[in-house]
Design a protein around this ligand. Structure first.
Ligand SMILES: [Zn+2]
Length: 590
């Protein structure tokens, strides 16, 4: 039996006034009042990746006692056996007071989606930064977003973030941090842009007791004196940004006719998790012939690029183009644009306020602990009762690989019908956006460690086209976009192309039939390889990085929440390592 929701409520919070009061924080977080806003801007040309010169320095970690602590938002808490993140409401420790003539930078991150724990001034222009781990955990430092003021133009600053825990990073392969200058935004209408020279990502000397830490260092110059600037790992997209976007839809007399916004559930901090139903109004009683498409994003808060892809998708599907009309006539879209609003608000990288990776909880029945996951699964079950689901896709950001690609699910004996074959849709996408989407990067295996993910659970519930879409947090290796960063317009275009691929899929054209033919060829090659006794998979080519950063990093250590006691126990789970054959390239389709 599938439990049903209450009747949908109208948006009580989505009034033009008092939106910010709707952003609920955990009570122990201290938040500044200022509303942080950024202008939309796209660089005139794609921004190139950084090319290492070989002369980059590796500043060593300055232990406690060295340098001056100028910013501190939390204290380590050792009560429960290990250190976990907590933001304490003790103002004096936050920020040193500045006297006139002091050129020390002023840091701030106590705003929505901000993340910065501590800053040590090493010397006049050099600062050592520590990121806050996900709230109530001791891990997942990756996302950063903070404000810097009291700047001096043209001086040789160096920032070094010292507590990353991943050995590999796209900063090793040309990714540059993002900078936003309020003066440039005001005077020149310039927004987020790539910055940094002498970029280096390396293992540092901070580790103790087996734990290894990695530093990211870069040099840069501020464009203006006495400016307020921001740095971020990827283009921020906050819960407030989403709410504003939804307010605009609900106020639009046209869009509000075919896009209904409802409350899916409330998060642990009582923030609203929204679900959008998008389809053209139908004539007659029943529209059950329309298939459903389910899309979700931001289960991992630090993967902000997925909100830009989702925005691109929504802009397209809610637009007035003929293609959007056809899609709305043919499908019912169910969209959960932000699965983890609490994590987004507090500036987490991966977890919810339960200290857990929600993309491992799709099998869980703990509705109270993982409400957005339980209600999403339940919503999908209800949709399945009334109509077929053509496709499910959960959007993610990838922190180690370039390009955009998907993970799908495939059986050894795949059904013959091509529209049930999970490789056809991504193949179409790769034809539509060849400079960004890479079919060779797609994988279709179901690994044990991924059994709790949305993708695998929805597939097992019967959705053949069940995907995790992965978009590099950095950029592309393909075609004309080789060695350039993705900007927000690029990410939005991925959302548009997703719609184009759906259209080709539901209104088959030449492109669709060419993809089917190419797919058939691949299947034949696979059969040939099988008959020759090679125990490998010609369709899943590259054996190098099989696993996704966005879904594996938590497999090694999983937190187990003891119900009711608020004590956290660390459980070790060994992740399966698969050893695979590497096929010679001549066997691979080009
Ligand atoms: Zn992810």
């Amino acid at each position: 039996m599938v439990p049903h929701l209450h009747a949908p409520q109208n948006l009580p919070g989505l009034s033009s006034a008092g939106q910010l009061s709707l952003v609920h924080w955990p009570h122990q977080c201290e938040v500044i009042r200022d509303r942080i806003e950024h202008i939309d801007w796209t660089p005139p040309r794609p921004e190139p990746l950084y090319t290492p010169m070989g002369l980059e320095m590796k500043p060593s970690y300055q232990p406690a006692g060295e340098g001056t602590v100028i910013y501190l938002t939390e204290e380590a808490n050792k009560d429960s056996g290990f250190v976990y993140s907590q933001v304490r409401g003790l103002s004096p420790s936050k920020q040193i007071l500045h006297q006139n003539g002091d050129n020390t930078l002023i840091f701030e991150a106590r705003f929505e989606s901000g993340n910065l724990q501590k800053v040590v001034k090493v010397n006049e222009f050099e600062y050592q930064l520590t990121l806050r781990t996900d709230l109530y955990t001791s891990k997942y430092t990756q996302w950063y977003y903070f404000q810097v003021s009291n700047t001096q133009a043209g001086m040789p600053y160096r920032f070094t973030i010292v507590n990353f825990t991943k050995p590999d990073s796209l900063y090793k392969r040309g990714m540059r941090p993002l900078l936003y200058s309020e003066a440039d935004a005001k005077k020149h209408n310039v927004g987020w842009r790539r910055t940094g020279n002498e970029i280096k990502y390396y293992r540092n000397n901070a580790g103790q007791g087996g734990q290894q830490y990695f530093s990211l260092t870069w040099t840069f110059q501020f464009p203006h004196n006495r400016d307020t600037c921001y740095f971020a790992h990827c283009y921020p997209y906050t819960y407030s940004n989403l709410q504003e976007y939804l307010v605009a839809i609900s106020k639009d007399p046209v869009k509000s006719k075919f896009c209904k916004i409802h409350i899916l559930c409330h998060s642990l901090a009582r923030n609203i998790v929204y679900v959008l139903t998008i389809t053209n109004p139908h004539e007659g009683d029943k529209d059950t012939k329309r298939k459903a498409v389910i899309l979700t994003a931001r289960v991992h808060p630090g993967e902000t690029n997925t909100s830009w892809i989702m925005k691109g998708f929504l802009d397209y599907i809610l637009g007035n183009s003929g293609n959007a009309q056809v899609l709305r006539d043919n499908f019912v879209f169910k969209v959960v644009p932000m699965l983890n609003p609490d994590g987004v608000i507090v500036g987490n990288h991966r977890c919810s306020l339960a200290g857990q990776d929600l993309n491992r909880k799709y099998k869980s029945n703990l509705k109270e602990f993982y409400p957005s996951i339980w209600y999403t699964r339940n919503m999908i079950k209800r949709v399945m009762e009334e109509r077929d689901i053509l496709l499910y896709c959960d959007f993610h950001g990838h922190n180690r690989k370039k390009n955009v690609f998907v993970y799908g699910c495939e059986r050894k004996q795949q059904a013959k019908a091509p529209n049930l074959h999970p490789r056809v849709f991504p193949l179409l996408l790769s034809k539509i956006c060849p400079d960004k989407f890479s079919f060779p990067d797609c994988r279709f295996r179901v690994q044990k460690s991924k059994e709790g993910t949305g993708r695998v659970v929805m597939w097992k519930m019967g959705i053949s086209n069940s995907y995790t879409l992965e978009a590099s947090i950095c950029g592309s290796k393909l075609g004309q976009r080789r060695s350039t960063h993705f900007n927000t317009k690029d990410l939005e275009s991925v959302g548009h192309h997703f719609c184009d691929a759906l259209l080709d899929y539901c209104v088959p054209n030449m492109k669709y039939y060419l993809c089917l033919k190419e797919h058939e060829e691949m299947v034949k090659q696979q059969a040939k390889v099988n008959s020759e006794g090679l125990n490998s998979d010609v369709l899943d080519r590259d054996s190098s990085t099989q696993t996704s950063n966005s879904s594996d990093s938590c497999d090694l250590v999983a937190h187990q929440l003891k119900l009711g006691t608020k004590r956290y126990v660390v459980t070790l789970v060994l992740s399966a390592v698969s050893i695979r054959l590497i096929l010679p390239h001549c066997l691979l389709p080009s």
